[in-house]
Design a protein around this ligand. Structure first.
Ligand SMILES: [Zn+2]
Ligand SMILES: [Zn+2]
Length: 179
């Protein structure tokens, strides 16, 4: 039986998720016209180049590719030449070696939110692997989501938003079959 708490239509998604976003433009969620791109957020009017559309203070979940020099918590990038900031130095998390942080503050914030549970998963996997494994950002994001959900650190609204994402399972299976 279908879960009645699941969002069944795009109209419902628009009502539920866009109400809280502060934005000078009229936003709407729709199926993208790009094939296979899934749902996206669109604006109704033309936005001048370089204008900010909206800003999310803290994303529900994020993960940075391990190979790039970006803080996994605040996305500070080593290569940015912001004159108002001291040069960015990243340190690799000693517990899992999978994430980098720009400061003790970022490391602490990530630790509290999900890393104290998630690092054990990577450590456990690597304890059984012959060579330390590299985890893609997509995998790390899924692990993070499960940790956040299991420990009830997501609001109902956030979890519903995730459940209402379009599934690409059929596409993935199709591409696997072609390999
Ligand atoms: Zn940071
Ligand atoms: Zn770690």
């Amino acid at each position: 039986m279908a879960d009645p708490s699941l969002i069944s239509s795009v109209t419902e998604m628009n009502d539920k998720f866009l109400g809280d976003i502060k934005c000078p433009y009229k936003l709407y969620i729709a199926d993208s016209r790009m094939s296979g791109a899934g749902f996206g957020i669109f604006v109704r009017e033309e936005v001048p180049a370089g204008k900010e559309v909206f800003r999310v203070a803290v994303p529900t979940v994020s993960a940075v590719e391990s190979a790039v020099d970006v803080c996994d918590n605040c996305f500070a990038w080593v290569g940015s030449n912001d004159p108002f900031r001291a040069p960015i130095e990243l340190s690799v998390c000693g517990s899992c070696k999978a994430v980098k942080y720009c400061s003790k503050g970022c490391q602490r914030a990530a630790w509290r939110r999900y890393h104290k549970e998630e690092y054990k998963i990577y450590r456990e996997i690597n304890a059984h692997a012959r060579k330390a494994k590299e985890f893609s950002s997509a995998i790390r994001m899924l692990v993070r989501l499960v940790v956040l959900h299991q420990h009830r650190r997501l609001t109902d609204k956030q979890w519903q938003a995730i459940l209402s994402l379009k599934s690409h399972k059929a596409l993935i299976e199709q591409s696997k079959a072609l390999d």
